[in-house]
Design a protein around this ligand. Structure first.
Ligand code: AP5
Ligand code: ZN
Length: 217
């Protein structure tokens, strides 16, 4: 199966993709994570992407597609993938179709995670992750069971993203509405679109998504 989680920053794509990975054995492919890894490693693509990401804009299709293509070629993607944060432009959506067609595949389902803009800013501004395993947390909505200790790996170091401040979050939201939201109609016309109310709690959204994934895959 090839599933796409589509939604604005803070919709919960990463949170839900990791949960689906654990329950369905799918592999999460987050272009945001892949780009942040490239920035941290100082690769040429990473150096070009860094300033764009810090300003909340979209990295060029060429860079994103090269990174995604390399990751899709790895053997663990055979069971199925959840694309998190990709595609984000019409060009990326078309390139994805081409890439999948070469492997005899097509997009199984696109799930649009619907939230309102104000909630998104609050979610993004309160977010942090475990430095050890990447588990996501939130100052208000998702605290570890023991303060300061990761539920998943027991780690005690946490980090925040450079682009998780109100100003950059606003720019990311603008980019979403201008370039990514039109993909909802694109996939709806193909009959592969599902919508989910992503304003509910994390577990409620997770069960809604699990029902969709069970039905389509
Ligand atoms: P990326 O890393 O993809 O960030 P994003 O799309 O802005 O999404 P986020 O990671 O902010 O949000 P999310 O939906 O995953 O929410 P999360 O689960 O963390 O991209 C970053 C940058 O990289 C882009 O700005 C761009 O520059 C570049 N980039 C990436 N892909 C690209 C592409 N394809 N093309 C071009 N450029 C690209 O949840 C957020 C918080 O809310 C967490 O703290 C979580 O605990 C909490 N939360 C989650 N769900 C709920 C809930 N239901 N209720 C309450 N709290 C919740
Ligand atoms: Zn951890």
């Amino acid at each position: 199966a090839v599933l796409i989680l589509l939604g604005p920053p803070g919709a919960g794509k990463g949170t839900q993709a990791r949960m689906l990975e654990e329950s369905f054995g799918l592999v999460q492919l987050s272009t945001g994570d892949l780009l942040r890894a490239a920035v941290a490693a100082g690769t040429e693509a990473g150096q070009q992407a860094k300033a764009v990401m810090e300003a909340g804009g979209l990295v060029s299709d060429d860079i994103v597609l090269a990174i995604l293509r390399d990751r899709m070629a790895e053997p663990d993607t055979g069971k199925g993938v959840i694309l998190d944060g990709f595609p984000r432009t019409a060009g990326q959506a078309e390139a994805l179709d081409g890439l999948l067609a070469q492997a005899g595949l097509s997009v199984t389902s696109v799930i649009s995670m619907e939230v309102d803009d104000a909630a998104m800013i609050a979610r993004v501004a309160g977010r942090y992750t475990c430095a050890g395993c990447g588990e996501g947390y939130h100052d208000e909505f998702k605290l570890p069971a023991t303060a300061g200790v990761c539920d998943r790996c027991g780690g005690t170091a946490f980090k925040r993203r450079a682009d998780d401040n109100a100003e950059t979050a606003g720019a990311r939201l603008t980019a979403y509405h201008a370039q990514t939201a039109p993909l909802i109609a694109y996939y709806e016309a193909r009959g592969v679109l599902e919508r989910i109310d992503a304003m509910s709690g994390i577990d409620t959204v997770a069960s809604g998504l699990a029902a969709i994934v069970t039905r389509v895959s």
